[in-house]
Design a protein around this ligand. Sequence first.
Ligand SMILES: Nc1nc2c(ncn2[C@@H]2O[C@H](COP(=O)(O)OP(=O)(O)OP(=O)(O)O)[C@@H](O)[C@H]2O)c(=O)[nH]1
Ligand SMILES: [Mg+2]
Length: 239
Amino acid sequence: MKLSVISPTYNEAENVGLLIAELEKVLEGGDYEILISDDNSPDLTWVRVQEIGRRNPRVRALRRTSNRGLGPSVVDGFSSATGEAVACIDADLQHDPAILPQMLKELMNGADLVVATRYMPGGGTTNWGMIRRLGSWGCTKLAQSLLGVKLRDPMSGYFMMRRDDFLNIRDRLNVRGFKILLEIAAHMKPRRMSEVPYKFGPRAQGESKLSNKIVFAYLSQLWRLYRQARRPRLQSSAG
Ligand SMILES: Nc1nc2c(ncn2[C@@H]2O[C@H](COP(=O)(O)OP(=O)(O)OP(=O)(O)O)[C@@H](O)[C@H]2O)c(=O)[nH]1
Ligand SMILES: [Mg+2]
């Protein structure tokens, strides 16, 4: 099964070469492509990717000049991928590429959504302060109870699925939703999910794009998905 690995980037010129080198090592011998979905980064991340692409044609840069954002970048990457399987991974090496073959195996063994998970034996986070740990725990519990999502790490940004399944739900996704996995899991209603543990390390280089605004963005996404999920039930019980 051909695997397309998509990484959304904004100002990751310092990390992207290292990420691609790690991916090339892990995926060597298999059928794969690496697609860097870059929002026309001022630090010229996309130029760096184009240079690597001249050496390895399996590597491509998708240079985006409108509709900036992490969600839309992932959706555009998945849409222009040519693999039967698509995976999303951060560019700052916080997501360990070494578990990709295991994730692909899970997909080939019948899972339809494979999520790299921090919150199961073998996984974890490093260098997180009390506030971030508590915040992540609260947001995770909220997603599980409000949306009934059976994932231990619904806020993960590292996951894999079949491209066909993605195309089936693409038009219903709100790509502005803060966490694209949550959006996908809520719309796709996966039959068999699989979780693979990994340790979320510290960012390699560069700056985080996290801000306080994201907590609000996350909570409003949860609330919208919750109301969408309830709507058909309310209508059918009324009728
Ligand atoms: N294309 C695109 N990529 C983005 C955007 N914002 C963030 N990213 C990428 O999304 C990935 C995750 O962003 P990070 O800033 O690392 O967020 P995080 O991992 O939750 O936060 P840290 O732990 O502080 O690194 C990285 O590869 C970023 O470059 C965006 O607006 N557009
Ligand atoms: Mg990061």
